[in-house]
Design a protein around this ligand. Structure first.
Ligand SMILES: [Zn+2]
Length: 401
């Protein structure tokens, strides 16, 4: 049996150490050294950010690799502090909803399989943050049966079927940047925003030059509702049906333009054509705003960019117009902060907006974007005036003029 041969070395080592009984370190693995069969490591250190829910969020990702010939199921993932106190945890359906597996399904990783677990460890606004956060992970083993499918883990093995181990320690990075809003006016939806659900932005984990990157973890797709709470009115495929198409985009901070693309034609809403790795962001700007942070504005109108490479910009300056270019099915401004000038070869950084107000959270459905149905707003969530906070997923945001 494969399992037997894999563990044979371990059994021999245990026997060897047993003959040295009485020595201070007379065991190969101590109780807190667990043969886990899986490796877990953070993709990058989390940067804390104050969310519009009044809580401080550590939104980061754990890469999980099943470095064995066994089937491994992730049963529970917790964030703990250095003393082992639990800070946050995920299991069952809540864990399944925050895992992206690259093979296999749900929480079970086949031999050699890997996954990313999306963490949203959050604290009260006045809580002292720990110096480091670790992951306490519970996994269960199954062997690969003769047909290659998972089969019961045999009794009597030197390792148990289910183990819990602690690792993946990470320090906590710098806090969120304070920026000005990128748009003006009322009724903007923060689509695909942070932090507690696996959106297309948070799930956008990609390997570039052999490194895993999560550039869009705090990105927001800004879409504006009209006075009837619709995101378009009329023919879904006509740009003219979207009144906010052409809205002025403002620089969120002083900075220098370090990356420009302005060669992508407008897409027809509802369809995506001609995407390459070069034009995927459509017409875009990356602006170095200092302190290792870069602001990224994507999908803008062709020919609307008001600045060129090397230009200095001021906070609030109009830098282009909201468009529908690149990898987009409808007009919106994709905005994020990142730690380098390349929109994809970078990790996302959190930001807070100096000021905004909110009537609540939009209950976004397919009909919102396909039929232009009026959006219902849940006024019991995130409503009110906000200062120095990150708008959260599907929050309706009024920026002011
Ligand atoms: Zn986006």
């Amino acid at each position: 049996m494969r399992l037997r041969s894999m563990l044979a070395g371990l059994v021999a080592a245990v026997a060897l150490e047993a003959s040295c009984a009485g020595a201070a370190l007379a065991q190969s693995l101590k109780a807190d050294e667990v043969l886990s069969s899986t490796s877990v490591q953070p993709i990058s250190a989390p940067n804390p950010v104050a969310g519009a829910d009044g809580r401080v969020h550590l939104a980061y990702e754990l890469l999980v690799v099943n470095a064995s010939r066994l089937f491994m199921t992730l049963d529970k993932v917790e964030a703990v502090d250095a003393s082992g106190s639990s800070l946050w945890s995920l299991e069952g359906d809540a864990l399944a909803a925050m895992i992206q597996t690259y093979s296999g399904g749900a929480q079970q990783l086949p031999p050699g399989g890997s996954a990313v677990v999306f963490m949203d460890v959050n604290f009260a606004a006045d809580a002292a943050l720990p110096k480091e956060v670790l992951a306490r992970v519970t996994v269960s083993r199954k062997i690969a049966g003769a047909d290659g499918k998972p089969a019961a883990f045999p009794a009597g093995e030197p390792v148990p079927e289910t183990v819990t181990f602690t690792g993946a320690a990470t320090g906590i990075g710098a806090g969120a940047r304070v920026i000005e809003p990128p748009l003006r006016g009322k009724g903007w939806l923060a689509v695909n925003g942070c932090c507690d659900s696996l959106t297309s932005h948070r799930g956008g984990v990609m390997a570039v030059n052999g490194l895993l990157r999560v550039p869009e973890r705090f990105a927001i797709d800004w879409i504006q509702m009209d006075t009837g709470d619709r995101v378009f009115d009329g023919d879904v495929s006509k740009l003219a049906s979207y009144p906010y198409y052409g809205a002025e985009v403002h620089s969120v901070a002083d900075g220098v333009v370090v990356n420009v693309y302005d060669e992508a034609d407008e897409q027809t809403p509802g369809t995506i054509k001609g995407i390459t790795t070069e034009n995927i962001g459509g017409n875009m700007l990356a602006i170095d705003i200092g302190g290792g942070a870069y602001a990224f504005y994507a999908h803008m109108q062709r020919g609307s960019l008001k600045v060129k490479l090397g230009d200095k910009v001021k906070a609030g300056e109009v830098i282009g117009l909201l468009g529908n270019t690149g990898n987009t099915t409808g007009p919106h401004l994709h905005f994020h902060l990142m730690d380098g000038p390349s929109p994809l070869d970078a990790n996302g950084l959190p930001f807070v907006l100096t000021r905004f107000s909110s009537p609540g959270v939009a209950e976004v459905t397919e009909d919102t974007f396909e039929k232009g149905s009026p959006v219902r707003i849940d006024a019991s969530r995130l409503a009110g005036d906000h200062r120095d906070q990150l708008p959260l997923n599907n929050q309706v945001v009024d920026f002011g003029d």
